[in-house]
Design a protein. Structure first.
Length: 424
């Protein structure tokens, strides 16, 4: 029985290779069904995200050729198309890798939490198909526990490490009750969408989306239950804005010092918090000269992010220790499964010997023999039969480790040295 993890990720393969290796959600079940048909693959699960495609499996051998052949066949590749980008982790390394992935220690952004949800989905699909069994079920469930342990007891998942999240957390530091503030988002691209999600999670309801094209702005606004305006409507709406976060592709500033001055007068100098995530900048640098305006650029946030990343890196060493400990425990459990057939055979052997001697003792008592003498003889005969084969094997063997193994199995201590008396 062997556990194997095989795949490629952002660290080993460029985006064009990752795109070709990806398995979409619509095709995941079909791919798994095909994979599990391969000879020797007993259990399998498939994880495919924008940054990684990985196969987790239990198979009869440690050889990865069957999985490589499947990848070639499924994607229509030759071996040279992908072999240089693959990593292969057997047994304990496979367990350790699975734990690191679930915990965000192997992610492009250290400590990110999205991968855990993606792994849970991948496992759910495989489990529903019956593609997982005793080993992978235990592996994935334990990986989720390890990830929870690491997030609870280390700082790996804390602090902002994206500009979108950092912008929202910074706003939260400025305003005691973020959910009571009026927010204007300028732009409707991916960064602003992320900002919008984070704001929504913090309970912010009053959001206005300003975009060059009203249609695209309305699409984002509708998701938030917000309102959309065009950029031409910025001046009359800016005075009602407590927080402004902007990220557009404009080559010229959209908000100048004069526009903000006018807005501050209308606001009776109530503070405004602004974050400019755009490069080139959407907000004129001179706006920072105004009183009651707190303006931050993407460079300011990058300094915060780098500090937070360093904090996560420091916490990662403790997380790695948790991974190592839990990997060892999992492999001990796997090892115990390997010994189950031997334990069962040993128990059956002892039962058979006992049954023979017990039957003999019962017949002797039935004939009227002294029960005490019969029980004594029964114990002596059974002990001799149990000891016969092990004693002969030990005496005939040249393997010095065999005696140590027996001592360990039976917990034998303070054995007298050969040829010496144990009398005091």
């Amino acid at each position: 029985m062997h556990i194997l993890t095989l795949g490629l990720n952002h660290a080993t393969a460029p985006v064009e290779i990752r795109e070709r290796a990806a398995v979409t959600a619509d095709h995941l079940e079909e791919a798994l069904k095909d994979l599990i048909k391969r000879p020797g693959i007993e259990e399998a699960a498939l994880l495919s995200t924008c940054n990684r495609t990985e196969i987790y499996c239990r198979q009869n051998t440690q050889n990865a050729d069957q999985i490589k052949d499947w990848i070639s066949h499924y994607h229509g590749w030759s071996g040279n198309d992908f072999s240089d980008y693959l990593y292969i982790h057997p047994n304990r390394d496979a367990v350790r890798h699975t734990y690191r992935v679930a915990s965000g220690l192997d992610s492009m952004v250290l400590g990110e939490s999205q991968i855990l949800g993606q792994m849970k989905t991948a496992f759910a699909v495989a489990h529903k198909l019956g593609a997982t069994g005793k080993i992978l079920n235990r592996l994935f469930q334990s990986s989720f526990s390890v990830a929870k342990n690491i997030r609870t007891n280390t700082g790996v998942g804390t602090n902002a490490v994206s500009v979108a999240y950092a912008a929202v957390l910074l706003a939260r530091q400025i305003f005691d009750a973020l959910e009571d503030q009026s927010v204007m988002l300028i732009g409707a691209g991916e960064t602003i969408e992320l900002v919008a999600r984070h704001l929504s999670e913090k309970g912010v309801k009053d959001i206005l989306v300003a975009n060059r094209t009203l249609e695209r702005g309305e699409r984002l606004a509708n998701e938030l239950g917000a309102r959309a305006i065009t950029l031409d409507e910025l001046p009359e709406n800016l005075p009602y804005c407590d927080i402004l976060i902007s990220s557009t592709a404009s080559t010229l500033p959209l908000i100048g010092k004069g526009m903000v001055e006018t807005s501050l007068k209308a606001r009776k100098n109530r503070p405004m918090f602004m974050v400019d995530l755009a490069v080139p900048r959407d907000i004129e640098e001179q706006v920072n000269e105004l009183r009651n305006v707190f303006l931050y650029t993407v460079d300011d946030l990058n300094q915060i992010i780098e500090t937070n990343l360093e904090s996560r890196r420091d916490a990662a060493s403790e997380a790695e220790r948790i991974v190592e400990t839990q990997s060892n425990e999992f492999m001990e459990w796997v090892g115990s499964l390997n010994s189950v057939p031997t334990i069962r055979a040993l128990r059956n052997h002892i039962d058979q010997l006992t049954e023979v001697e017990l039957d003999k003792a019962i017949r002797q008592i039935a004939r009227g023999e002294n029960p005490e003498a019969v029980i004594e003889l029964f114990a002596y005969a059974l002990g001799n039969k149990i000891m016969h084969r092990p004693s002969k094997t030990l005496n005939d063997s040249d393997d010095s480790s065999l005696a140590s193994t027996v001592q360990k199995i039976f917990g034998l201590k303070h054995l007298p040295s050969k040829g010496k008396s144990n009398k005091t």
